[in-house]
Write a protein that binds this ligand. Structure first.
Ligand code: NAP
Length: 248
């Protein structure tokens, strides 16, 4: 597996779900990880306790990725705590599903603000931190939904497609600085994000997946570590589906 000894990693939404799995994988690979979250203190506390053996190598920070002021303050503090930033994983995300005729403005805004504006906020400051050392790896957590679309997910799919477009543009801007930016596009992964799906819908979705099952967080984390590795040095502006064959 890839080694991240001496590297500093930020994982947004890194205390539970897919982000929790990514944080854990980086810790196991030797990195120091700042795992961020927005409000679920209990999940954050439990996550810290579960990974107590990593001591100061796991740092938790609470802020809203959609709020540019909070993101700026986070990066100001980050610079006082750590000498460099090698890896940024933009994983924080939410769903607020509704059919378009019923989707209200706050359902649209909340999803776009968290998923897309959050990625912009973090990438903007993250790139500045990485440019100092002329090295960096950014991995965005998009979704196959951003390429396939799903009923009731116009907001979510638009935010995830937006992340892909953002990465394509940024990849061209920062390539000369030795900074890469790529997307992983999971299909259905077993986390709380999709725990509210009705049983018949779960059955229907599983039947559409060629592997006939939902994915596990470890299966996504593995791909993130690949893109984040020093070895993935000539790969930028790409998307990798992790979807059991439900590829867009
Ligand atoms: P999850 O279990 O609901 O966890 C979401 C994480 O994001 C939590 O840590 C949450 O913090 C954080 N977060 C939410 N809003 C935030 C905000 N405004 N600012 C900062 N952090 C915020 O979700 P997940 O299933 O692990 O999904 C993670 C990512 O994968 C998302 O981008 C999602 O769109 C994407 N994805 C998931 C699936 C899937 O099937 N699960 C499929 C494709 C893509 P708190 O803990 O404080 O709430």
């Amino acid at each position: 597996m890839y080694q991240f000894n001496g590297q500093h990693v930020i994982v947004t939404g890194g205390t539970r779900g897919i982000g929790g799995g990514i944080t854990e994988a980086f810790l196991k690979a030797g990195a120091t990880v700042v795992a961020t979250y927005s409000g679920n203190d209990e999940a954050a506390r439990n996550f810290k306790e579960k990974h107590a053996l990593y001591g100061d190598k796991l740092v938790l920070k609470k802020f809203n990725v959609a709020n540019s002021g909070e993101v700026e303050n986070f990066f100001k503090e980050y610079e006082t705590l750590f000498p460099s930033l090698e890896v940024l994983v933009n994983n924080a995300g939410i769903r607020r599903d509704n059919i378009i005729a019923s989707m209200n403005e706050s359902e649209w805004d909340n999803v776009l603000d968290t998923n897309l504006k959050g990625t912009y906020n973090m990438t903007r400051f993250g790139v500045l931190a990485m440019m100092k050392n002329r090295y960096g790896r950014i991995v965005n957590m998009s979704s196959v939904g951003g390429k396939l679309g799903l009923q009731g997910q116009a907001n979510y799919a638009a935010s995830k497609a937006g992340q892909i477009a953002l990465s394509l543009s940024v990849s061209k801007e920062v390539a000369k600085r030795n900074i890469t930016i790529n997307n992983v596009c999971p299909g259905f992964i077993e986390t709380e994000l999709i725990a509210d799906l009705p049983e018949d819908q779960v059955k229907e979705y599983k039947s559409q997946v060629p592997m006939k099952r939902f994915g596990k967080v470890e299966e996504v984390a593995h791909a993130v570590l690949f893109f984040a590795s020093r070895e993935a040095s000539y790969i930028t502006g790409t998307n990798l589906d992790i979807a059991g064959g439900l590829n867009a």
